[in-house]
Design a protein around this ligand. Structure first.
Ligand code: KG4
Ligand code: ZN
Length: 359
C-alpha cells in the first residue's frame, strides 16, 4: 500500500474482466447482497430490519446484528437466484468491513470469510462509503478522471475530490462538523412526530407542504463561514425551537417541507461550489439522503445552471445495499488489487481514504 497522496500500484497481469464478484453489506439495518460482473449488476437482494427498530426511534445495534444473522443466508441465496448464477461461478467476495455498527459488520464479514474460504476465492474488505460512490457506476458507467462526490448518509456528510476510486487516495474537502444530514432528517422527523427512518417520512410529508412556510437557517453559509463546511445540529435545534412555538396555521407538512428545503439548499449550494472551486464538471451524489426527491431536483436545477453533469443513482441504489459493495469489489478485482487477509477485521470508524480496507 502506498503512502498518503500517492496512487496504489497494481500488477496488471491480475486483471480478469469476467470475474463475478459477490458483495455483502451489513453495516447498519439492511442485509444486502449483490453480484456484479465487469461493471454490470447481475442481481441483488435486500432484507431490512427497519420495522424492528421503529418503536425505538432509531437502530438498536443488537437487534440489527441478530436480524443480519437470520437474513444473511436467505439473502445470499435470493440474490444468487436473481442473478441467475451458480455458486461455483463466483470469483471473488467483497464485504463492508467498516465503518458501521461493529456487531452488525461482524455478521457480514464472517459470512464473506466463510464464502471466500468455501468457494476458494479471494476476499476484499471494502469501505462502506466507497461502495456508495461505486453504486453510481452500475447505472452511469465508469467515473470520469475527476469528480466531486457528495456523500450524504445517516452517519456521514462529506464533499470528496475523487480521481480513480480504487487507486488514488480520496481527498476530503469537508466533513460535517456535527450531525450528518441523514441524522438531521431522523431527529427532525422525531421532533415533528413522523416515524423512523425520518428521511423517507419527511420526503413523503413534504409533498403536501409549503417549503417557503418557515425560513429555517442555512448552516455555515455566512460570509465568514467555511465555504464547503457542513453543520446540521443548529438547524435541528432551530426546528425544535420552532416546534415549541409554531406560527398559527403552519402544518407538520409545512415544517417538513421547510426543513427539507434548508438541507437541500445547503447541500446543493456547497456541492456546486466545490465543483467550481476545484474546476470539476461532474458531481456524483450518493448515500441514503441522495434518495430525497427535493435534493435530487434542486441538485439537477443548480448543476444545469452551472454547466455541471449531475450523476445520482436511482433511490434504491442510494440507500444501503449489496450491489454497491459488489460494484466496488468488482472495480478492485479488475484493477488487480491484492486480496484482504482472512483475518480481516471489522472497524466501526475508519476515514474514507482508500476504497479497500486491507487488514
Ligand atoms: O446510506 P444509508 O442507507 O445508511 C447509512 O450509511 O447511513 O442512509 C440512511 C439515511 C437515514 O438517515 C435516512 O433517514 C436517510 O438516509 N434517507 C433519506 C431518504 N431516504 C433515506 N433522507 C432524506 N430523504 C429520503 N428520501
Ligand atoms: Zn450507507
Amino acid at each position: 500500500m502506498s503512502g498518503r497522496g500517492s496512487r496504489v500500484t497494481r500488477r496488471p497481469e491480475r486483471i480478469d474482466p469476467v470475474t463475478i464478484v459477490m458483495g455483502i453489506e451489513t453495516s447498519c439495518d439492511e442485509t444486502g447482497v449483490g453480484f456484479v460482473r465487469d461493471g454490470e449488476l447481475l442481481g441483488d437482494a435486500l432484507a431490512s430490519s427497519i420495522d424492528e427498530h421503529v418503536r425505538f426511534g432509531g437502530v438498536v445495534p443488537e437487534i440489527a446484528a441478530r436480524a443480519h444473522v437470520h437474513a444473511i443466508t436467505p439473502t445470499m441465496e435470493e440474490a444468487r437466484e436473481r442473478a441467475g448464477i451458480e455458486w461455483h461461478q463466483v470469483g471473488a467476495v467483497a464485504v463492508t468491513a467498516g465503518p458501521g455498527l461493529v456487531t452488525a459488520l461482524h455478521v457480514g464479514v464472517a459470512a464473506a470469510k466463510a464464502s471466500a474460504l468455501a468457494l476458494g476465492v479471494p476476499l476484499y474488505g471494502v469501505h462502506h462509503l466507497a461502495g456508495h460512490a461505486a453504486a453510481d457506476t452500475l447505472v452511469h458507467g465508469p467515473l470520469p478522471e475527476r469528480s466531486i462526490c457528495l456523500i450524504v448518509s445517516g452517519g456521514h456528510t462529506s464533499l470528496l475530490l475523487v480521481e480513480d476510486l480504487v487507486r488514488t487516495p480520496i481527498v476530503h474537502l469537508s466533513d460535517t462538523l456535527d450531525d450528518a444530514a441523514g441524522e438531521a432528517f431522523d431527529k427532525v422527523a422525531r421532533l415533528i412526530g413522523l416515524p423512523y427512518p425520518g428521511g423517507p417520512s419527511i420526503d413523503r410529508a413534504a409533498v403536501d407542504g409549503d417549503r417557503a412556510a418557515v425560513r429555517f437557517p442555512r448552516p455555515l453559509t455566512g460570509q465568514r463561514d467555511p465555504e464547503l463546511g457542513f453543520s446540521f445540529s443548529g438547524l435541528k435545534t432551530a426546528v425544535a425551537r420552532y416546534v415549541a412555538k409554531p406560527d398559527p396555521g403552519v402544518t407538520t407538512a409545512d415544517i417538513a417541507a421547510s426543513f427539507q428545503e434548508a438541507v437541500a439548499d445547503t447541500l446543493t449550494r456547497k456541492a456546486v461550489r466545490a465543483c467550481q472551486l476545484h474546476d470539476v464538471t461532474t458531481l456524483v451524489m450518493v448515500g441514503g439522503v441522495a434518495a430525497n426527491s427535493r435534493i435530487r431536483a434542486l441538485a439537477q436545477e443548480r448543476c444545469d445552471a452551472a454547466g455541471i453533469e449531475l450523476r445520482v443513482p436511482p433511490p434504491r441504489l442510494c440507500t444501503d445495499n449489496g450491489a454497491m459493495i459488489a460494484a466496488i469489489g468488482d472495480l478492485l478485482v479488475r484493477d488487480g488489487a491484492t486480496p484482504s487477509p482472512l483475518d480481516l477485521a471489522a472497524r466501526s470508524t475508519v476515514e474514507l481514504r482508500l476504497a479497500q480496507l486491507a487488514g
